[in-house]
Design a protein around this ligand. Structure first.
Ligand code: DO4
Ligand code: MG
Length: 289
């Protein structure tokens, strides 16, 4: 966000220097690069080499780096998620063979609709708690920013807020366990595809703070994903209408302990290596109406 309180696209260097870019949004720079037959990274690098910036990342107010028209999400793509879901659905009888075990091994992945631009928030915006759930957690996930053909444009961090009790009661309640006001956060930056040699090396970390005390800290690597990223995109775009700038969250690999539930006032951090830290405070949805 710039001095006039307007949204401003910017590039951030690895040493956290901010370079304002003369584009209205992320897709505008992607289209311009295509017109010039260049990669987005090339266009950004050319511009940055001509800009003198003294602004540091901590001086600017961050907002969503892309107004993703839709956010979709894949599920049960990591063993950790399968185990947590089995616990919810079977009240801890982990030896049962559930639909979560089946989808983990099936050829077709679980892909669900998560959010629209109006429901999606960015860095430092509150994520909301549902008033009818007593078991809510953040799901830290790698997001793929894709175009209408399914080509990956970049990587982003995401939080797929989830209600474990609603989902565990009945899988048909999944949309209610996943979609409500401010239940999806993405940001703080898009790591350009061309800048990443191997996305499976990216590390995902989740931290939860309550009263300034760290309550939870967990990490995993995208390399632990059961499927390939292209496989997930392939199923999302199959016979579907997908729009430029769509985000596909690729599933959670870090789950807080079963006895944990989020509370009003908690702070969530989702960090992905080379992307940055997506921070969101937690608020009761009912307190905002
Ligand atoms: O089956 C429900 C959703 C799974 C999910 O969101 C995840 O694994 O991240
Ligand atoms: Mg998820």
């Amino acid at each position: 966000v710039n001095d006039r309180n307007q949204k401003q696209l910017a590039a951030v260097s690895i040493d956290n220097i901010v370079f304002d870019l003369p584009y209205s949004d992320f897709m505008a720079i992607v289209y311009h690069a295509r017109e010039q037959g260049k990669s987005t990274l090339q266009v950004v690098s050319d511009l940055v080499s001509k800009i003198e910036s003294k602004k540091q990342l901590e001086e600017v107010n961050l907002t969503t780096p892309i107004d993703a028209p839709e956010v979709w999400a894949a599920g049960v793509t990591y063993e950790k998620s399968k185990e947590a879901r089995n616990y919810e659905a079977t009240q801890g009888k982990l030896d049962s063979n559930t639909f979560y075990d089946k989808v983990y091994d099936a050829e077709r992945p679980e892909i669900f609709f998560k959010s629209t631009a109006a429901r999606t928030v960015g860095p430092n915006d509150p994520v909301y708690l549902r008033s009818d759930s007593n078991w809510q957690i953040p799901e830290p996930e790698l997001g793929l920013v894709i175009d209408s053909e399914g080509a990956v444009l970049g990587y982003i961090a995401g939080n797929d807020m989830s209600c474990r009790d609603i989902e565990g009661e009945n899988p048909l309640y999944l949309p209610q366990a996943k979609i409500w006001k401010n239940s999806c956060s993405i940001g703080p930056a898009i790591l350009l595809k061309e800048a990443v040699e191997d996305p499976y090396q990216l590390k995902i970390i989740c931290r939860i703070y309550r009263n300034d005390e760290k309550l939870f800290d967990g990490e995993a690597k995208v390399g632990q994903l059961k499927r390939t990223l292209n496989e997930l995109i392939g199923y999302l775009i199959r016979d579907n209408a997908i729009f430029d700038g769509t985000v596909l969250l690729t599933g959670t690999c870090v789950v807080p302990p079963n006895e944990f539930t989020l509370s009003d006032g908690d702070q969530i951090e989702v960090e992905i290596s080379d992307i940055g830290i997506l921070q969101n405070p937690v608020r009761l949805a009912s307190a905002t109406v």
